[in-house]
Design a protein around this ligand. Structure first.
Ligand code: PMP
Length: 454
């Protein structure tokens, strides 16, 4: 019967999964969820169970699943011309570079790569070369914040300020230093909002000065630290960081891999804070993950220094798949959907709705802090609101397990150090309805209610 065929196929897939597949972040999983289909905000597994994709994959399927117009744009490009490298040019890349300039205020040159990590590596190399060819070759260091994630390759991992992600791979690339995060709930400087003078921003300046400003090329920040726990900075923090960068001739690199393309409720996360970065990196939402693509947007001033000095001033960096024509065509249609359906505004208003629904969670003894930014939320779980002792992994697992069992997939921060992995995360597709948000919130409410006291 059909049922036997399906269960036979499932058994075979499970056996092959166990025999051949290396899962990300884990060597194997005895009971991997095998997903077969998706539509709107729903994923269906091989047994036919349906789940709300409350994280939009990995913070990325922003326009939602099942967009046939994107599939058609991809097929059209594949049938027209599957490939020519970015040492040449092609129509989708040209049009996408122009479109990205519409979305960024200012004039940027766009360098295409494949992943968020790639985009950050490109930013670091461009920044170093820029200083080399403008007479400041000693400027090579980058400063990022603890708890930030910037990618998995050796440079991007160097910029990542999460100890557990690096533990088995050091030494990572040389030249990365960290400063304190703008983490108001657990202020590294013991301040409260009314006694705060943005010591977290000052710590970046202190690091620049102690390292020697003539050795520092850039500061890389996300507008809010997303994967590290949805850590939202004080309102004027990013402006102060920009002023510090300008004062010390240090480039401001803003990692918009998650915050970009509407997740923050604005076109880009940094627009919420009124800054103008020197370099902007983006990935995920650029295609809503329908195809791999990333971009490094570089201010025109920087770009000019690469034009004048012959081959030695070329950016000697190429990657085969970067700017792939199909990926660019997918990005163009994805961005067109965001514009046609006014989804950035929708992300903002749905984010406010989500925030309002979560507010009552403060009644739980285990909910220490609720942080939101655009259409994302971080709920920090504790064992005691006064001591703020983080909820242990078993408590997190109970909550996440209950949600998944009841058809709701949300996430958590991870790999800072185990005792800091206590933030639940929600980051759904922008098209999610209020009713679907209610389902997430009510399921989560039940999950936290039932989880045994930490
Ligand atoms: N920067 C940020 C802020 C990210 O969240 C991520 C991915 N989670 C990356 C960079 C790296 O992107 P990728 O996984 O595409 O290399």
């Amino acid at each position: 019967t059909d049922k036997q065929t399906v269960s036979g196929e499932k058994d075979m897939l499970l056996n092959q999964d166990r025999a051949f597949l290396w899962h990300h972040m884990a060597p194997h999983n005895d009971h991997p969820a095998i997903f077969t289909e998706s539509d709107n905000v729903y994923l269906t597994d091989i047994d036919g169970n349906s789940y709300i994709d409350g994280m939009a994959g990995l913070w990325c399927v922003n326009v939602g699943h099942g967009r046939t117009s994107i599939a058609e744009a991809a097929a059209k490009q594949l049938n027209t011309m599957p490939f020519t490298p970015m040492t040449n040019s092609h129509k989708p890349a040209i049009q996408l570079a122009a479109k990205l300039n519409d979305w960024l205020d200012g004039h940027y040159r766009i360098f295409f790569s494949n992943s968020g990590s790639d985009a950050n590596e490109v930013a670091f190399k461009i920044a170093r070369q820029y200083f080399t060819q403008t007479g400041k070759p000693k400027k090579y260091k980058f400063i990022s914040r603890y708890r930030a994630y910037h990618g998995n390759s050796m440079g991007a991992l160097g910029a990542t300020g999460q100890a557990d992600r690096k533990a088995s791979y050091e030494p990572v690339a040389e030249g990365f230093r960290h400063a304190a995060p703008p983490y108001c709930y657990r202020c590294p400087f013991g301040k409260e909002p009314d006694s705060c003078s943005l010591e977290c921003a000052s710590s970046i300046e202190q690091t620049i000065v102690w390292e020697g400003a003539d050795t520092v090329a850039g500061v890389i920040v996300e507008p809010v630290i997303t994967g590290g726990g949805v850590i939202t900075p004080p309102e004027s923090y990013l402006q102060k960081v920009q002023e510090i960068c300008q004062k010390h001739d240090v480039l401001l690199i803003v990692d918009e891999v998650i915050c970009g393309f509407g997740r923050s409720g604005e076109a880009f996360g940094h627009k919420n804070f009124g800054v103008q970065p020197d370099i902007v990196t983006m990935a995920k939402g650029i295609t809503s993950a329908y195809a791999p693509l990333s971009a490094t947007a570089v201010s025109n001033d920087l770009y000019e220094s690469f034009k004048s000095g012959g081959p030695q001033s070329h950016f000697r960096h190429v990657n085969t798949f970067g700017g792939n024509p199909m990926s660019c065509a997918v990005a163009l249609e994805n961005i067109d959907i965001l514009e046609r359906e006014d989804l950035v505004a929708q992300a903002k208003s749905t984010g406010s709705y989500l925030r309002a629904q979560l507010e009552s969670f403060y009644q739980f003894p285990s909910v220490g802090d609720i942080r939101t930014f655009g259409l994302m939320a971080g709920i920090e779980l504790v064992t005691d609101k006064t001591t703020k002792e983080p909820a242990p992994p078993e408590f997190m697992q109970q909550v996440l397990g209950y949600c998944k069992q009841h058809g709701v997939m949300i996430g958590k921060n991870s790999d800072t150090v185990p005792e800091h992995n206590n933030v639940l995360t929600i980051s759904p597709p922008f098209i999610i309805s209020h009713e679907q948000i209610d389902t997430i919130v009510e399921t989560l409410r039940e999950a936290i209610t039932r989880a045994s006291p930490a």
